[in-house]
Each structure stands twice: as C-alpha cells, then as structure tokens.
Design a protein around this ligand. Structure first.
Ligand code: URA
Length: 246
C-alpha cells in the first residue's frame, strides 16, 4: 500500500496534506525518514510514524449509523443514496452494512469491513435479537401479543416467537418488538398478518448494540471498545479479529 494512502486511511490528514508533509520529511517508516508518498508500506509489519506519533494500521473498522429514511442499505447505487455514502469518502474502503433496513426504516445499522463478524451476526445459528420501535395504524391488542409470542405464520415461513410490547394502543399504536431473525420486510409482514400496517419503523438494538441516542438520523460514530467487545463475544469472536475463535 502507498504510504500516503496508509496515512489517509487512518485519517491522519487529507491526501494532499499528507503528500506535502511526507515530502517535508515528517514521516518515518521503520525509523527512517521517507520522502516518497508513493513508497510501498507493509501495513502489518512496518512501523509508520507521522509527526513523531505512531500510526497503527487498523484492518477492521466498525461504525454505528443512525440510518435516516430515504437511504438504501447497500454499498453503492447508480440512482439512490446509500448508507455507505453517508460516511466520509476516506472511510469508505471495503465497508458494507451488516444486514438491511428498508429504505423507509430508520435507526441502528452497523457498518464494517469485518466479514466474519457480519456473517455471524446475520447467521440464523446465532439468533441475534433485533429490537424495533414501530408506529402502527390500528389498535394493537393482547391477542396480537400472544400471536407474536406463538410465532406468526407468513407465506414462506413461520416466524420465531417475538416479544411484542404495547407502549400505547389506539387508532395509531406504538409498540416495541424483538425479533430473532431478519427476513425481508419481516416486521411489516408480521403486522400485515394481524391486519395492521406499520407506518413508522426504527431499529433500536441489535444484540448487545444499542442505538446511541446522541446520534441524529444520518450521523454515525465508531463503536467503542466495549461495544465491539460485547458484540464480538456474542458472535464467539475476539474484538477486531475477523477470525474464528472456535
Ligand atoms: N422489518 C421490516 O419490515 N423492515 C425493516 O427494515 C426491518 C425489519
């Protein structure tokens, strides 16, 4: 990898600032000053310092995004804005959303380049709980709570038992729902099965990860070490390993 790209990937500065500073002699590789921004660096074995500070190469990155409505859960699209487009360009390398939220759904989305963690969090084997807040057209009843707990039969499969909690019941009801799978339009289809319509949907939690209330729709931040540790433990991995532990 080029030296200027290595530093830019680690958010040390913009590519042009970094090129200038490398030429000025502010960067060392393995203890020696390197003035060529195009010098090839081996991220895992060589030590790079910029202005006297060691810059370690992070192979894996993990972001919590509060997905706004109107953006699709994909990496790129010719016509529509994607969740990856919401991150600054220099952070977009190889990252993808872990699972999908519908275009009109808001809330918690993990974005990473750690394929192993993503695979495990999405695998039916790990049954990672997903908690949603929903606004429903129609009066949600105790019968619905029971039907959700039994497992709602849909056209192609029967849902695993889901926890439906009625926060407010009326012509427009407010509920929280915890599901254990993540099938296409699952929550919307579950409510359709009991003759109701989801008019607003927001994901609040995925496994141990809880949407940060400080993040406005469209905002993101890196996961904290503790968040990454808990999520990795849930998936039987060590944090940032991207590798199997079993
Ligand atoms: N269920 C849905 O219907 N839509 C989502 O975006 C997520 C879960």
């Amino acid at each position: 990898m080029r030296l200027d790209k290595y530093l830019a990937d680690m958010n040390a500065g913009t590519r042009s600032e970094l090129k200038r500073d490398i030429r000025k002699g502010l960067v060392t590789v393995g203890g020696s000053v390197v003035k060529d921004p195009g010098r090839n660096v081996e991220p895992l074995t060589e030590t790079v310092c910029y202005r006297g500070r060691k810059i370690e190469y992070e192979t894996y990155v993990y972001y919590m995004l509060n997905k706004p409505a109107g953006v699709i859960s994909a990496t790129e699209d010719k016509r529509m804005q994607t969740v990856v487009d919401l991150l600054p360009e220099e952070r977009r390398r190889d990252i993808f959303p872990v699972g999908r939220l519908d275009k009109d759904t808001e809330g918690l989305l993990l974005i990473t380049n750690d394929g192993e963690l993503a695979h495990r969090l999405l695998s039916p084997k790990y049954h990672v709980d997903k908690k949603y807040f929903a606004r429903i057209r129609g009066r949600v009843t105790d019968e619905d709570v029971i039907a959700f707990a039994r497992g709602i039969p849909l056209m192609d499969f029967t849902c695993m038992p889901a926890d439906l909690v009625i926060e407010r019941s009326g012509e427009i009801s407010e509920v929280t729902v915890i599901i254990r799978e993540g099938k296409f339009h699952q929550i919307k289809r579950m409510f359709e099965a009991v003759d109701k319509e989801v008019i607003y949907l927001k994901r609040l939690e995925m496994g141990s990860l809880i949407l940060d209330p400080e993040l406005a729709p469209g905002e993101f931040r890196r996961l904290t070490e503790e968040e990454l540790r808990s999520l990795s433990a849930l998936a039987g991995l060590s944090p940032g390993s991207g590798a199997r532990q079993e």
